[in-house]
Design a protein around this ligand. Sequence first.
Ligand code: ADP
Ligand code: GLC
Length: 477
Amino acid sequence: MKKILFVSSEVHPLIKTGGLADVCGSLPKAIAELSQDIKLILPRYQALKITEEIRFLCTVRVDNRNVNILETRLPDSQVTVLLVDYPSYFNFPGNPYVDELGEPWPNNAERFGLFCRIAVEVAMDRAHLDWQPDIVHCNDWQTGLVPALLSLEYEPPKTVFTIHNMAYQGLFPKTAVYDLNIPGRLWHIAGLEFFDMLSFIKGGLVYADFITTVSPSYALEIQTAEFGYGLEGLLAARNASLGGIINGIDNEHWNPETDPYIAQTFTSKNLTKKRLNKTQVQEYFALPVNEKILLFSLIGRLVEQKGIDLLVECLPEMMTMNLQFVLLGSGDKAYEKQLQALAKQYPEQIAIKLGYDEALAHVIEAGSDVFLMPSKFEPCGLNQMYSQRYGTIPIVRKTGGLADTVTDTLPETLALGTASGLVFTEASAGALLEAIKRALILYSVPSTWKKMQVNAMSKDFSWQRSAEQYLALYDNL
Ligand code: ADP
Ligand code: GLC
């Protein structure tokens, strides 16, 4: 049995801004199910949704600060969650990274720097929890200083750093090096320095014993200038210690057979029941209730990564077709405005809900016919997997995890019984529109559409295989 400390800045269902939380809430459970001793560590934000008991464990002193470590449990699991309690950094309402206006909290370097320091104290068993991990598994830039600081320790645990998104790197002005008391031995070009800035992500990329990312395709893409953001050289140099392990999904939470949020549960054997969920979506969004109109949807952060500009460009032409489109998301104000204007212009066909709404996300996944993910890049992406599980056909761009989890519908793949979505390559509105037209044609042949739905629903996106790959990696280290 291995002892694993799993470090993350968000964990579903305690706190979530995106897929990172889904993964960090479900992967540790899958690892625990493989009989491993895994503990999560997370900052104690005010917005945490804690349902289990909280217990005080100890106070640790770092950088002249007294920090409490509390303990709770991940709901529906035996996984322990350690909470780093430092109220003047974390006891604020709202989002872990940004304020109400969407601006990064001004002291993010200090906040996540302290979080990393505490993770290191726990990893070295200096918090006196009488538990020393064999492996410290870190996720994204917020945890990047952990492998770096551990590299300076005597006989530290082995470290894994998982990249969920190279676009977010935790870059801070050089002054942060002094403010955070970063040891001089880490501050150089082959260390934490990136063009005279302090780079948290480099802490993971340079010092972790092994780097993973969340799909095999993205593991290759980030070694190129287009997706590497200037770190492609470093990643290519570490190629022997870099691999892609595809994310799984929480099959219990995203299960059309038992989903408590949806109007009508269903399986691939009684797909006609899915219709009621389509009605639920059309009614919710006050669109004409009509089973025959193809219902498209998108759920996600409205940022450049997600290809929202392609969608906005396509929507007017889409409106000449017999389809409806609903969107749930929030993000860049410019996209929000453009989408709102389009919804106003085409009230019979477009409806949008700005904001974050977990229950509605389930309703949309269950009720739509087609789910759009025209992402510019996508390290893994989860919604295309949720969609397939709910018999909702994804249209995705061939990038990252989207390329690895959706099989394009072609005569060959239909014959093989693998066709589960529509895949387009070029990042252009024209290419997206072609895929949308293909969907309309396929939908007009109900037997083909049903085949695609059944193929999609029978795919195995469970965590088991990926959790075993992580375990094999821990063993190798
Ligand atoms: P990313 O992590 O890049 O945002 P993913 O596809 O990996 O993309 O994961 C996004 C997760 O966040 C999914 O679980 C999705 O359902 C959820 N999500 C995104 N935006 C919203 C929203 N506005 N309301 C509810 N859930 C959302
Ligand atoms: C990131 C990526 C997304 C991935 C998620 C979980 O937020 O943008 O593609 O699915 O992390 O790994």
